[in-house]
Design a protein. Structure first.
Length: 179
């Protein structure tokens, strides 16, 4: 049986200065510790993510600049950034589909990766197909709603991995019900 379409676009070197972006995030972000498997932070519009409510927080200019790069690739703006801090390879994200509740139909979800390379694992919903992608320092990945319909994705445990931050960008519509 053919796998469902894995509608992703990967740009390995999307950022101008990923070292400076990583240093900024490590120095300046106040990380939220409510999640068990990793630390998080949200910027831009408020967001109800995975059962946790995040208030509206202005995007720092450096994050807004990364959002603009992601937006240029996606062809639309992004107005929320949910950041994930994986301190080492024991911090993970389990298989899930990203919710499109409140997102502009047809918009992409972007993942910008900084720091240690981690694998993004994809599994078709019927569990017959698997794919994986190495998300490297400074890379950008765009996923669409089509991806979410046919596949789940995860950041599996990776024993030797060092510290990584992912910035995930979403485009919420004006009528978004986020709380
Ligand atoms: O950290 C990553 O690369 C994955 C992030 C993700 O899937 C999410 O925030 O929904
Ligand atoms: Fe996700």
């Amino acid at each position: 049986m053919a796998p469902p379409p894995l509608d992703i676009r990967h740009h390995p070197c999307a950022l101008a200065d990923p070292d400076a972006d990583l240093a900024f995030l490590l120095a300046e972000v106040s990380w939220d510790e409510r999640m068990r498997a990793r630390r998080t932070a949200s910027f831009g519009l408020p967001y109800d993510y995975s059962g946790q409510y995040y208030d509206a927080v202005p995007m720092p200019p450096r994050i807004a600049a990364i959002a603009a790069i992601a937006g240029a690739h996606a062809g639309h703006p992004f107005n929320n950034c949910l950041a994930n801090l994986y301190e080492d390879g024991s911090n993970t994200m389990g298989f899930h589909q990203d919710s499109y509740g409140g997102l502009v139909p047809g918009s992409a979800i972007a993942i910008v990766s900084l720091g240690a390379t981690r694998r993004l694992a994809f599994r078709s919903l019927d569990r017959t197909h698997r794919e994986q992608l190495a998300l490297e320092h400074g890379s950008l990945l765009l996923m669409t709603e089509v991806t979410q319909r046919g596949w789940t994705h995860a950041v599996p445990r990776e024993s030797s991995a060092g510290c990584r931050i992912s910035l995930t960008f979403r485009h919420f519509g004006p009528q978004a019900v986020q709380a």
